[in-house]
Design a protein around this ligand. Structure first.
Ligand SMILES: Cc1cc2nc3c(=O)[nH]c(=O)nc-3n(C[C@H](O)[C@H](O)[C@H](O)COP(=O)(O)OP(=O)(O)OC[C@H]3O[C@@H](n4cnc5c(N)ncnc54)[C@H](O)[C@@H]3O)c2cc1C
Length: 379
C-alpha cells in the first residue's frame, strides 16, 4: 500500500463491516439506518467530493410527489396501481426525512406547489384539469383529501405574464437542501458513521469473504458494500441500466417585494422554480437538448442558461429587474422504470440508485431499503 499509510492508520481506519460509497441522500440514509439498527456495526462512507458531489446538494429542494402533468405521464408508464405505490413511497420517504431531522432543521415549508400552463398549452391544461378528480381520489388515502385544485384565479397575485391556467397541490412543500444535507451528515456522524471525503472508489476486488476497495486514498476493505453513487455507478457496474441527466440551475440576487412563494412547475415539469431567501431559484431546460444533457459532467450551456433567464424575464418576473447571483449543475439518474433500482449486483455488493429526479422525496426510503437488503443478507 502506498500513500504513506502507517500501521496505526491501516489497522484502525481502513476496515469496516459495511462501506457505503457516495454521501448523497441515499448513501447517508443507508448508513444511518444500518447504524440505528445495529449500533455496534462498523460503518463508513467514502465520498469522492470534498462535499457530496452529485445531485443531493445541487437540487431545487422541492418536497413534491408529482404535478398533474407528470402524474399523467407516470401513470402511462407504470399503471394506476403502480403510480399509487410510487406516490406512497414518495410521501413515506418525505415523512421519514422530516421525522429524522425535524421540519425546522430542514426548513420545511408547506407553501403549496403550482403547475403553470401558458395559453398555447391550453389542450394540455384542459387535460390536466380533467384529471384533478381522478388523482385526488387516487391519493386521498396517502396524503389527505383534495390535494389538487384549479387555482387560475390566483395567477395575478404572483405577477406572472402569459399564464392562463394554474393547478395547485396544497400538500407540496419546499425544504432548504443545504440545511438538509448538512444535518444528515452531522446526524450520521453523531451515531458513529465515519465519513471520508475526497476518496474515490476506483475498483472493487474480491478476496476471500472481503471486498477490497481500491481508492485514491489507499485500500479499504469491508464485508458488505453499498454503491450509492447514483448517476456515476456505471463506471463501477457497467451493466446497470440508467441514463444520467444533468440539471442546470440558477439563482437570482434578492428581489425586493418578491410576490412568488411556493414551488412551481412549468412546461410538463421541465422547468421548476421557487422562492428562497427573497430570491428565485430556477432550474430545468433539459428538453432543449436531451442528448447534450445526458452526461455525468457538470457544467452550464449558454442555450439552457439563456432559456432560464428568458423565462424569468418574460413569465416569472415580467415587470421587475433582476440579477443572477449563481449558476450550477447537478447530475440525476433516470431509468425506464420509475422505481429506484435497489438490488444485490453481486454477492455482498448492493446498489441503490436511480431516484429519477425525485430523491428528496424518495431518497430516505431508498437508503433504508438498501440497508434492509444488506441486513436480510446477514450481518
Ligand atoms: C438540478 C437538480 C434539481 C433537483 N431537484 C429536485 C427536487 O426539487 N426534488 C427532488 O425530490 N429531487 C430533486 N432532484 C433529484 C435529487 O437531488 C436526486 O434524486 C437525489 O439527490 C439523488 O441522491 P443520491 O444519493 O442517489 O445521489 P447523489 O446525490 O448524486 O449522490 C451520489 C454521490 O456519490 C458520489 N460518488 C460517485 N462516484 C463515486 C465514487 N466512485 N467514489 C466515491 N464517491 C462517489 C458522488 O460524488 C455523490 O456525492 C434534483 C436533482 C438535480 C440535479
Amino acid at each position: 500500500m502506498d500513500n504513506n499509510i502507517s500501521y496505526w492508520e491501516k489497522t484502525s481506519f481502513y476496515d469496516y463491516d459495511v462501506i457505503v460509497v457516495g454521501s448523497g441522500i441515499v448513501g447517508l440514509n443507508a448508513a444511518i439506518h444500518l447504524r440505528k439498527s445495529f449500533p455496534n456495526l462498523n460503518v463508513a462512507i467514502l465520498e469522492r467530493g470534498f462535499l457530496p458531489s452529485g445531485a443531493s446538494t445541487k437540487n431545487a429542494g422541492f418536497a413534491c410527489f408529482g404535478s398533474v402533468s407528470e402524474l399523467i405521464e407516470q401513470e402511462k408508464n407504470t399503471t394506476t396501481n403502480g403510480l399509487h405505490n410510487l406516490i406512497q413511497q414518495r410521501w413515506k420517504g418525505l415523512s421519514k426525512l422530516r421525522n429524522l431531522l425535524g421540519n425546522e432543521t430542514v426548513d420545511y415549508q408547506a407553501l403549496g406547489g403550482h403547475e403553470l400552463f401558458k395559453n398555447e398549452d391550453i389542450e394540455l391544461a384542459n387535460q390536466c384539469v380533467s384529471k384533478i378528480e381522478h388523482y385526488n381520489y387516487l391519493i386521498k388515502d396517502i396524503v389527505g383529501k383534495d390535494a389538487f385544485y384549479l387555482s387560475s384565479h390566483k395567477i395575478d397575485s404572483f405577477g406572472f405574464k402569459g399564464i392562463t391556467t394554474m393547478i395547485t397541490n396544497k400538500y407540496e412543500a419546499q425544504i432548504d437542501t443545504g440545511k438538509m444535507m448538512f444535518a444528515l451528515i452531522k446526524y450520521a456522524q453523531s451515531i458513529g458513521v465515519s465519513i471520508f471525503n475526497s476518496c474515490t472508489l476506483e475498483q472493487i476486488h474480491h478476496e476471500n469473504n472481503r471486498k477490497v476497495l481500491f481508492t485514491n486514498q489507499g485500500m479499504f476493505s469491508c464485508t458488505k458494500l453499498i454503491l450509492a453513487t447514483n448517476a456515476f455507478i456505471q463506471s463501477l457496474v457497467p451493466s446497470i441500466e440508467l441514463s444520467p441527466g444533468r440539471g442546470q440551475v440558477l439563482i437570482t440576487k434578492p428581489i425586493a417585494n418578491l410576490k412568488i412563494k411556493g414551488t412551481f412547475h412549468y412546461d410538463k415539469g421541465y422547468y421548476y422554480f421557487r422562492n428562497i431567501d427573497d430570491r428565485i431559484l430556477l432550474g430545468g431546460g433539459r428538453n432543449i437538448d436531451f442528448k447534450a444533457e445526458e452526461t455525468t459532467s457538470f457544467g452550464e450551456t449558454s442555450s439552457i442558461q439563456s432559456a432560464l433567464e428568458n423565462l424569468i424575464k418574460t413569465i416569472i418576473l415580467p415587470d421587475q429587474s433582476f440579477e443572477i447571483d449563481l449558476r450550477w449543475s447537478g447530475i440525476m439518474a433516470f431509468g425506464r422504470s420509475l422505481e429506484p433500482l435497489i438490488t444485490e449486483v453481486e454477492e455482498n455488493v448492493f446498489c441503490a440508485t436511480r431516484c429519477n429526479g425525485m430523491g428528496i422525496a424518495i431518497g430516505t426510503q431508498t437508503g433504508e431499503d438498501v440497508a434492509e437488503l444488506v441486513i436480510q443478507s446477514g450481518l
